[in-house]
Design a binder for this molecule. Structure first.
Ligand code: PMP
Length: 441
């Protein structure tokens, strides 16, 4: 599978005796499909807020983990999970009022037309269910995704997750379109270009007798390379899929729950109304909670034909975790913090770029930031090797980030949402020193 910033067998000799033993043991028992981050993988044993600690007691500034979105081991979430675990954990086949309280509270953060919710355990399951709903209501099967999208791991969803690499076949019903990249194409016509690409994909499908079911987009394009501006560029494409009778699905597994800083949901920045929105990762701060919200007519159509029961999805502990997360986002004003700290980081990186020629572009929204690393600014030549060096040197210096994009040359910064100005300062100082040291080599 294509994955940037992965440990490879050739890095084995650089590991300590202890870590080599652990990595070999891991490979023996888990087999070859799993990946580790970093040339020198980290053995994390503890987390608190925006910090992680390894087995040797070394602390890392975590500028990458979006699952522990309100901070590692947030006391309010820990307390909610612990309390509920001691009282009851069943499933959605019993009347259970806290589920309804949570569902209503969560639904209230969406545009009114998205009036119903279904709960799963993972983002993959949410996207798998979204596809079932879309097929049911449209009568189509066709799916349009961006070139390097990742939407999940089930059989059906892996068929529309091209970032899994060339050996994982896309479905015959799947078409890919280039992600809207304002760095390499004109930002003025970005929306029109994206719309035209989606229209071409629809026409291509129809030519093969395939009726479109959905266009599914991660509104922050996290695996494609992080594209956020100019906000609004998704509008035309949404109109195009609607005109063709398909649904627009916003995959909020990455941008959702306040990360983009402007609003709770990433799609809102684009002024569009999705038919379905899928949720995951940050929803339970690490507890497996995921799901989708939809126009009730869509769920009505599906519900007439099929029943849905997900044993663990929406169980009382999941509900407790999810509701605690929602409350923390509000109580700690984390959306404002994402906006302000994110702006501070981007401003700081733009300043560093005046001295460090490797930085070709800085972009993103809120606390989802991409830095394009290039070997030639004029030609915008992607420098994946330098990007890997930066990621690994930062890890060595106690800051965790990763990389993304088709050429693995986009630094991906995506810290827990309580990341404040002091953390931003620490990140910027170490990033500046790291790039400086590597450029001097
Ligand atoms: N959609 C997006 C955009 C994702 O990034 C991911 C996970 N990386 C998923 C869906 C799948 O979520 P999960 O791993 O919880 O199945």
């Amino acid at each position: 599978m294509a994955m940037t910033n992965a440990f490879s067998q050739s890095d084995m000799n650089n590991l300590s005796e202890r870590d080599r033993t652990l990595v070999e043991r891991r490979a023996r028992i888990l087999g070859p499909a799993y990946r580790l981050f970093y040339q020198n993988p980290v053995n994390i044993v503890r987390g608190e807020g925006v910090f992680l600690e390894d087995a040797d007691g070394k602390r890392y500034l975590d500028a990458y983990n979006n699952v522990a979105s309100v901070g590692h081991c947030h006391p309010a979430v820990v307390e909610a999970i612990t309390r509920q675990t001691a009282v009851l954990n069943t499933h959605t086949r019993y009347i259970y009022e806290p589920l309804l309280d949570y569902a209503e509270d969560l639904i209230s953060t969406f545009p009114v037309h998205l009036g119903q919710i279904m709960l799963t355990c993972t983002g993959s399951e949410a996207n798998d269910l979204a596809f079932r709903l879309a097929k049911s209501v449209t009568g189509g099967t066709g799916v349009i995704v961006t070139d390097l999208a990742y939407h999940g791991l089930t059989n059906a969803v892996s068929e529309f997750s091209p970032s899994l690499g060339a050996f994982v076949d896309l479905g015959a019903h799947v078409r890919t379109v280039p992600a809207p990249d304002a760095y390499r194409t004109s930002s003025a016509s970005l929306g029109e270009t994206f719309k035209a690409d989606v229209e071409r994909a629809i026409a291509g499908m129809k030519r093969h007798g395939i009726k479109p079911a959905m266009l599914i987009v991660d509104a922050i394009f996290s695996s494609d390379g992080i594209f956020a501006e100019p906000a609004g560029f998704l509008k035309g494409a949404v109109d195009a899929i609607h005109a063709a009778g398909g649904l627009f699905v916003a995959d909020e597994v990455q941008p959702g729950f306040g990360r983009t800083g402007d609003s709770m949901w990433g799609f809102e920045r684009h002024g569009i109304l999705p038919d379905l929105v899928t949720l995951g990762k940050p929803m339970g701060n690490g507890y497996p909670v995921a799901g989708l919200v939809a126009r009730p007519e869509i769920i009505a159509d599906f519900g007439e034909k099929a029943r849905y029961f997900n044993t663990f999805g929406g169980n009382p502990v999941a509900v407790a975790a999810g509701h605690a997360v929602l409350k923390v986002i509000r109580d700690e004003r984390l959306i404002d913090n994402a906006k302000n700290t994110g702006a501070l980081i981007r401003k700081g990186i733009a300043e560093i770029a005046t001295r460090r020629a490797s930085i070709g572009d800085v972009r993103g929204a809120g606390l989802f930031i991409g830095i394009e690393i290039v070997s030639d600014r004029e030609k915008k030549t992607p420098d994946g090797a330098m990007t890997t060096r930066i990621v690994n040197e930062l890890r060595h210096r106690g800051v965790l980030i990763s990389s993304a994009g088709p050429k693995a040359n986009v630094l991906k910064i995506r810290p827990p949402l309580p990341f404040g100005p002091a953390h931003a300062g620490q990140l910027l100082t170490i990033l500046d020193e790291t790039i400086g040291a590597l450029e001097a080599r």
